[in-house]
Write a protein that binds this ligand. Sequence first.
Ligand SMILES: C[S@@+](CC[C@H](N)C(=O)[O-])C[C@H]1O[C@@H](n2cnc3c(N)ncnc32)[C@H](O)[C@@H]1O
Length: 311
Amino acid sequence: MGVRLSHTPVLYQEVLAGLEIKPGGRYIDGTVGAGGHARGILEASAPDGRLLGIDADPAAIALAREKLVAYGGRVTLVQGNFAELEAIAQREGFCPADGVLLDLGLSSMQLEAAQRGFSFLLDGPLDMRFDPSRMITAADLVNGLGVSDLADILYRYGEERRARAIAEAIAAARPLHTTRELAAVVEGVVGRRGRIHPATRTFQALRIAVNGELEALEAVLPQAVRVLAPGGVLAVISFHSLEDRVVKQFLRRESRDCLCPPEQPVCICGHKATLQVVTKKPIRPRAEEVESNPRSRSARLRLARRLGSRV
Ligand SMILES: C[S@@+](CC[C@H](N)C(=O)[O-])C[C@H]1O[C@@H](n2cnc3c(N)ncnc32)[C@H](O)[C@@H]1O
């Protein structure tokens, strides 16, 4: 099977409208992937808007470079982790920025490249790294962790109710080398019920752990606030409830002037709101989008505007 070299950007119009892109603006796409959203941002900010595209995956950066070549010097692409967003933005001259986009998770190219090890439907090595220079692969976790630690990952990052039983079955079947072997072990425990593949949660959990996804998200959000110009917009698309919870709680906290507990009669924390939440409820894809791009079905877009005061 050929490897796909495209990815349909989700909530495309909603992201472009939400970022309120203007000609001459400076935008940061922290997850540039195949450059779908990035292209829209460059079009909407023509003739002189600039885009900094970051991705942990060198293959994504190479593809984005090809896809965005027509925009010449308006595009800067950097292979790196968005957990370093502020340093990268400063180094590349993108502070302050008029908008920051994070489209979390993995791309269709990554999912459909068997050798990357993200898919339980394709046979490949248990890798799952966005950035191949990271030390730890899914195989290292699956074959090296104790049952309790493995169960903990499956429970915390996959919200897998059968975490302990799956971890025990994995330990009994070690060493596991391929995605199919792992999927078969999980299926042996969970069985097949409903439309969702039994290994979905286990694969999600391992991917999140391998890439430190929630830690990177926790790290990038305050940096995004710091790099945004007053009035600039932060747009985050999440694909599962763990990510969305981190984003929602961050936006809630940063849109409040005081974080003291309610029993505290006067504010002693001195916290000042840095964001105004634009989307009280997340924006979900319309039925037509879900039909044409099933990957979009769990997407939730949250938007917030940087308030005038500096942090
Ligand atoms: C859903 S795709 C983005 C697709 C992109 N918006 C487009 O339109 O083509 C997510 C991308 O984020 C990258 N990614 C995930 N976590 C990252 C991190 N912590 N730092 C940098 N890139 C990351 C992945 O490698 C992947 O290419």
